[in-house]
Design a protein around this ligand. Sequence first.
Ligand code: ADP
Ligand code: MG
Length: 455
Amino acid sequence: MTNETWGRVQQELLKRIGKNNYATWIEPLRLTQLKNGVASFEVPSHFHGNWVSRNYADQIQLHMNDAGAAVERLEFVAGLTSTASAPQKTAAKPATGGPAKARSSGQDEVLGAPLDARFTFDTFVVGKPNELANAAARRVAEGGPVSFNPLFLYGGVGLGKTHLVHAIAHEIHQRQPHLRVLYLSAEQFMYRFVQALRERQIMDFKELFRSVDVLMVDDVQFIAGKDSTQEEFFHTFNALVDQNKQIIISADRAPGEIKDLEERIKSRLQCGLVVDLHPTDYELRLGIMQQKAEVYRQQYRGLVLADGVVEFLAHRITTNVRVLEGALMRLFAFASLVGREITLDLAQDCLADILRASDRKVTIEEIQRKVAEHYNIRLSDMIGPKRVRTIARPRQIAMYLSKQLTPRSLPEIGRRFGGRDHTTIMHGVRKIEELMATDSQLSDDLQLLRRLLQG
Ligand code: ADP
Ligand code: MG
C-alpha cells in the first residue's frame, strides 16, 4: 500500500470519526510496513497504540481493505523514536464494547467519551434556577483567560449538568478547534486508570491526561472512596491547573458534601467557581416542555397537541427534566400509534404511572419554599436560627409536612433545616399535631399547603 493510498484511508477515517478524534488518534499513526496481511504502524506511545487498537482497529482495517490492501491484522509499534526502550508491540485486539470504548458516532465528538450533539447552549432553556450555571458555563466556553478554574457544576439528577458540560465542549470545539478537549465521566476515568495500571502503561496514561487543553469530568462523586483513583485524579488536576489548563467538573452535590472524598481534593475543587443548578421551577419546566413539544410536533407531523397539556405536565412532573422529557416522548409516540389528538385525558391515561410516581416526590426544599411563601417569611429563615413565633411556627409546619410528605428520616430532615437535631424536628412535628386539633386556621392552612405541594 502506498502512502497515497493510506492518505485516502485517512481521509475516509476523518469523515467517520470527526476532526478531533482524527487529529488525536489517527494523524500521528505512521504506516511503516504491510506484509503478509499485517499492517504495522508506528505510534507515539503504548497507550496510543492500545487506544487506537481498541477503538479504531475495525474501521482502519475496513477502509484499508476497501482501498485494496489485504489486511488481516494491525500492529502498533511504540518507542521506535526513543532510544531508551526497546520497541514494544501491541497487537490489535478485536474491539469489544467496554465502558471505556469511545463510539465513533457524531462529528462533534471530542477525544474521550462521545458528546450528545443535541446538548448545546442553543437547546438549553434558561430560567431562574439555572441562569447562574448557564452564565458560568458560557463564560468558560468563550475561552479567554482562564478565570474560573475549575468550574464546578453541581445539582440533582436530570437538572442539566451533562447538557451544560457538553454544551461547553461543543462551543469550545467551534471557537477554538485547535484545543484538545477531553470529556469523560469519572467512572471512565477510573476505568482507564485501572486499565493503565494493569497494562503497566501508567506513564502513557499520565502523559495523555496532562496533554489536553480542557479536561471535563462528569459525575465526579463517583471517585469518592476509590483511593488510588482519587490520588491520580488529584495529580492530574494539579498538573493541569499548573499549566493553566481549564478544568470543568460536575457532581450531584457540592464539593464539601461529597462523602469519602479526600479533603485536599475538596479544597482544590472549591478553588474555582462552584455553581449549582437549582431544582426546576414551573416556568423553567414549561419553557423546556414547549421547546421539546415543538421538536416533536415537527417530527410527528399532523399530531394535534391540545391546549393545556404541556402546562399540565410542567405542573405535575416536578422531579427532573429527564422524566419530563420521557413523558412527552411517550405521549407523542402513543398518540401517533393510536392516531388520536393529545388531550389532557390521553395524557392522564398514558402517563398514569409517571404521574403517580411524581405525586409522591415532594422535596423538603419545596415544602420549605411553599410554606415560607404562604406565611410570607424568608426562605433563609426556614433554616436560620430565629426563634420568634412568626418564624418558628411556619418552620415547624414545614418540619411536620416534611415528615408527612417525604420519606426522609428525622435526622435527614434536621440536616435540611440548618443542621438541627432530630429531637428538635420531633418536637416540631408533635407541636403541630397538637395544635391541629384545636386551631382550625392552622388545619386549614395545612390542608391548603398539602394540596399545593401535591399538585
Ligand atoms: P444531569 O446530568 O444533571 O443528570 P442531563 O444534563 O443529562 O442531567 O439532563 C437530563 C435531560 O434533561 C437531558 O435530555 C437534557 O437535555 C434535559 N435538560 C435539562 N435541563 C434542561 C434545560 N434547561 N433545557 C433543555 N433541556 C434540559
Ligand atoms: Mg449527567
